[in-house]
Design a protein around this ligand. Structure first.
Ligand SMILES: C[S@@+](CC[C@H](N)C(=O)[O-])C[C@H]1O[C@@H](n2cnc3c(N)ncnc32)[C@H](O)[C@@H]1O
Length: 239
């Protein structure tokens, strides 16, 4: 059973599009300014992208995807491919970006996938924070070790991720379409959690070591429902 995707995810994402729009927009802004691959000195030529945990790309920016010559999406959910094409296909056609959607576990054999696409950038699209809920993952230390391993496998690549850092109930009701807090660099965790109106305890998604030390990250809120918020963390790593 897919606890983090599938029909339940599509239904929720479709119904929550307006509520989640401020976060999707903030992510688009961040991707466009921090994860552009055509800047001088970065990957040369026309790079391609492996988008892992793509689902239908409910919160993904077509505009950011349009910079790539080719996008390969991966999701274990069998209906994700059709829905992704429906949501992003037209925009990608407009920029002649080739789109290939795969129904496949992209994390099981990440090294194999990377060697099949030696020059591609990689983006984990809100998937790494869900690993603790998969495959009856009861041993959280094992999940942490698995998550730490990805950055080792990705050495020498241009890659990024957005994932849940923590999530939980809020002390206040979150208004529909309300602004989402974005963390200032000098805020310590406790102050940030206060800005998020976090009502203790919050769930740790075990993603504190996704990125190599020193990677600059953006923390932002995702108003998941009227009383439940996620702390998302986004980062982009250049080799
Ligand atoms: C929270 S959803 C993310 C949705 C997506 N990024 C979006 O904007 O709609 C997590 C997705 O990751 C997928 N997923 C989970 N494990 C995966 C794996 N090992 N390989 C590929 N996809 C996976 C799930 O099926 C689910 O669609």
């Amino acid at each position: 059973m897919n606890l983090t995707g599938g029909i339940a995810w599509h239904w929720l994402a479709w119904r929550s599009e307006a509520r989640w729009a401020p976060t999707s927009l903030a992510l688009e802004k961040w991707l466009m300014s921090h994860a552009q691959v055509f800047k001088p000195g970065h990957v040369q030529g026309q790079p391609s992208l492996l988008l892992i945990g793509a689902s239908a790309g409910w919160m993904m920016s077509s505009q950011w995807l349009q910079q790539f010559a080719r996008v390969d999406t991966y999701d274990i959910d069998p209906i994700a491919a059709t829905l992704f094409k429906w949501r992003h296909g037209k925009a990608l056609q407009a920029t002649h970006t080739e789109l290939q959607c795969h129904t496949r576990d992209a994390l099981q054999d990440l090294p194999g996938l990377l060697s099949a696409h030696p020059k591609a950038c990689v983006f984990f699209d809100n998937v790494l924070g869900q690993l603790r809920f998969q495959n009856q993952a009861t041993d959280w230390q094992q999940v942490e070790r698995r998550i730490k391993q990805f950055k080792v496998q990705l050495q020498g690549r241009e890659w990024g991720s957005v994932h849940d850092r923590m999530s939980g109930r809020t002390t206040l009701a979150l208004q529909h379409n309300s602004d989402v807090p974005v963390r200032h660099v000098d805020w310590h965790d406790q102050h940030w959690l206060t800005q998020l109106n976090a009502q203790s305890p919050w769930l740790d998604h075990l993603t504190q070591d996704v990125f190599p030390a020193g990677t600059s990250v953006q923390d932002l809120a995702w108003n998941f429902s009227s009383h439940y918020r996620h702390w998302l963390q986004a980062g982009w790593v250049r080799p």
